[in-house]
Design a protein. Structure first.
Length: 303
């Protein structure tokens, strides 16, 4: 009798253990699936935020830089990377620009600022900023409020004009802010106006370049909707209102007629020889050469 009871108890115990094991396995499986879905949800949200941040930065703070593709890599439920391939359009010639490898997790996103900030080379009489991957020279804009720059305000128009059969981009900084109508009158039709320099962060540039961001946009044909889009992008870019320069620009210029807005400079692209027309132009404070490329017979420049 005792033996029968013991066997029954033992059998019941095994059944209970098996039941608990099955329930635990099912619960664990459900939790694993839930954790996987929650992880992917937060990762997807972060991916979208990073894509938006990369788009906004390109829209307002990358002179004459275009995004060719964005690819997600090392993707998992915990995060991953977005690889952004970029180039410059220099009078119809696509020139490689640095590739960004930005990261995202469940909570934080990180734009690849290491590649966004130019490198600096100083050797003898030469000093310039350059793109860290391509080693192409970065064109510098000069803010009218900054009087002293580490190597002075350069004007490299005569030098670039000496190049034969090249295309080039040059950052032109004005002696004073100008309207788009004034720019149209002063810039010859032989150039593409690929970017408008509207404002920039300020700092002491007398000891060396700080890599301070500049803000502007690609104007198309000076269309008002492009300017309105720029203002909206600026507001999203600094939606927390931490950047005083951006907030001041928005306060002073939002809602203005585009034709009344003052521009600090332009990024021009064209044939190298064409820049001879601008040498000694009185409205130019500084002119900094950026990317150049030799003209080849099978690719026609835009102008």
């Amino acid at each position: 009798m005792d033996s029968t009871i013991q066997k029954a108890l033992k059998k019941a115990k095994w059944k209970q253990l098996l039941k608990i094991t099955l329930i635990s396995m099912i619960a664990g499986f459900v939790l694993l699936i839930s954790f996987y879905k929650v992880g992917n949800y937060f990762a997807a949200k972060s991916t979208a935020r990073l894509h938006e941040a990369l788009f906004l930065h390109n829209a307002v703070a990358e002179p004459n830089v275009q995004i060719n593709s964005r690819v997600t890599s090392n993707q998992s439920m915990f995060g991953g990377n977005i690889i952004t391939n970029r180039s410059k359009n220099v009078n119809g010639y696509l020139v490689p620009w640095s590739t960004l490898t930005s990261s995202y997790g469940w909570i934080r996103i990180g734009i690849d600022h290491n590649e966004l900030i130019p490198g600096f080379r100083s050797s003898g009489a030469n000093s310039y900023e350059y793109d860290k991957q391509t080693k192409q020279k970065v064109a510098t804009f000069y803010h009218p409020s900054i009087i002293e720059y580490y190597d002075g305000v350069q004007n490299e128009l005569a030098e670039v004009a000496q190049l034969e059969n090249y295309v080039a981009e040059v950052a032109i900084s004005f002696n004073g802010p100008m309207t788009t109508d004034e720019i149209s009158e002063l810039i010859p039709d032989s150039f593409n106006i690929d970017w408008l320099y509207m404002t920039s962060d300020l700092g002491d540039e007398s000891m060396g370049p700080l890599g301070m961001p500049v803000y502007g946009f690609s104007p198309g044909k000076f269309e008002k909707n492009m300017y309105d889009d720029f203002i909206e992008s600026l507001k999203q870019y600094d939606k927390d209102g931490y950047n005083e320069v951006i907030q001041q620009f928005i306060t002073e210029n939002e809602g203005k007629d585009f034709r009344a807005v003052k521009v600090l400079g332009v990024m021009l692209t064209g044939r190298s020889e064409s820049f001879e027309q601008l040498v000694d132009a009185p409205f130019i404070r500084g002119a900094s050469v950026g990317v150049t490329a030799p003209i080849v017979p099978y690719i026609q420049p835009t102008k």
